[in-house]
Design a protein around this ligand. Structure first.
Ligand SMILES: [Zn+2]
Ligand SMILES: [Zn+2]
Length: 358
């Protein structure tokens, strides 16, 4: 791909952050030409993930501007390379948080590319093997190797599919790894944002008894009625927490704000598993929280290509749909600010197809 863009102009229109203000505005750029293993995807929708806040505002100090974010991409195949076998023009597809990996290590060979030994290439703000900075889904189209592209069922709305590509896989992957798909077991979900609300839906689809933990009682009604959780606990209510002691087989913690871990470990049964998918500044807990009761604490990030396809197929078969608020690209800056304030139920999805135009 060394001759990238040789015969292409800057025909991709995106919205990019230009500096640490993180404010996005229209930006034209070139995508690479479609290689033999590539598919070119006309993007119809892109979800708004907290990663957008992190990178557009350079929270990790590694942002390269102009930066086109977006890694919950759904769209329609518009061109395929000569070697592509898995996709044809017109197929509904998605792209998630990464678009390349070494393709040769144990993890890549196991379909766990996100844990590639050489480091995965993120969908945006990373140097790709062809020397270009990757650019995400707040843009009219994207070119990716078919390995990092996923089938979306025709019957499944593309807008709904978008949040599955990051939020969905982030909770689905550890749920499968830790065998949370055993009907009758019990799951606690901490935090009710983009990730948490999908953990509740997957939990119910797996036949689990699901309890939502939130700092605010205001989420009770929606947890029980809208999302179908079995139980709701205000985490600051000592009595309610005490009543849950040793009652849970699993906990998924989606919260990125700093919080106590010990009080949740007490809620796990013997050999219970606590999975962290949020990113607080620090994890601090008493060793006794693990030792007494043989408990485990585990982390997880996104998921591999194999489980991504499984998850998308599972959602289509089970009719699991994220709760979304569809917005035009012109609203994306406001959407990001509202996401920071947790003012969304539960995922913004940008309608790229109908709002991002020349
Ligand atoms: Zn994300
Ligand atoms: Zn690898």
């Amino acid at each position: 791909m060394s001759s990238e863009n040789a015969n292409k102009g800057e025909d991709c229109l995106g919205w990019a952050a230009r500096d640490e203000s993180g404010v996005l505005s229209p930006y034209k750029f070139a995508r690479r030409a479609v290689g033999s293993d590539d598919v070119s995807i006309k993007i119809t929708h892109c979800g708004v993930c907290y990663a957008e806040v992190v990178w557009t505002k350079n929270k990790h100090g590694d942002a390269t501007y102009p930066l086109v974010p977006g890694h919950e991409i759904a769209g329609i195949v518009q061109e395929v390379g000569s070697n592509v076998r898995g996709f044809k023009v017109g197929d509904h597809v998605g792209v998630g948080t990464y678009i390349n990996s070494c393709r040769n290590c144990d993890y890549c060979n196991d379909g766990l590319e996100v844990y590639c030994e050489k480091g995965v290439v993120y969908t945006y703000n990373r140097l790709d093997v062809d020397g270009t900075m990757t650019k995400g889904g707040f843009s009219t189209y994207i070119v990716v190797c078919e390995r990092y592209c996923f089938r979306i069922a025709e019957s499944y709305p593309l807008a709904s599919a978008a949040p599955l590509l990051c939020a969905g896989i982030t909770v689905y992957s550890p749920m499968i790894r830790h065998k949370m798909n055993q009907p009758g077991k019990s799951l606690g979900v901490i935090g009710l944002g983009g990730l948490g609300h999908l953990a509740v839906k997957f939990g119910k689809a797996f036949g689990l008894n699901v309890t939502v933990f939130s700092t605010s009682t205001s989420k009770k009604e929606e947890s029980l009625t809208l999302l179908g959780a079995d139980n709701f606990v205000v985490s600051s209510d000592q009595e309610q927490m005490k009543a849950m002691a040793k009652s849970l087989d699993f906990i998924i913690d989606t919260v990125s704000a700093d919080h106590s871990f010990d009080m949740y470990m007490l809620l796990l049964k013997t050999a219970g598993v606590f999975v962290m998918v949020g990113a607080p500044n620090e994890v601090k807990l008493s060793p006794m929280s693990l030792i007494l009761g043989m408990k485990s604490i585990s982390g997880s990030v996104a998921g591999g290509t194999k489980e991504m396809q499984e998850m998308l197929d599972f959602c289509a078969a089970q009719k699991i749909y994220p709760n979304i608020e569809i917005v035009p690209i012109q609203y994306v800056n406001e959407a990001i600010e509202r996401l920071i304030k947790k003012d969304v139920k539960y995922r913004f999805v940008v309608d790229i197809e109908n709002s991002l135009k020349y």
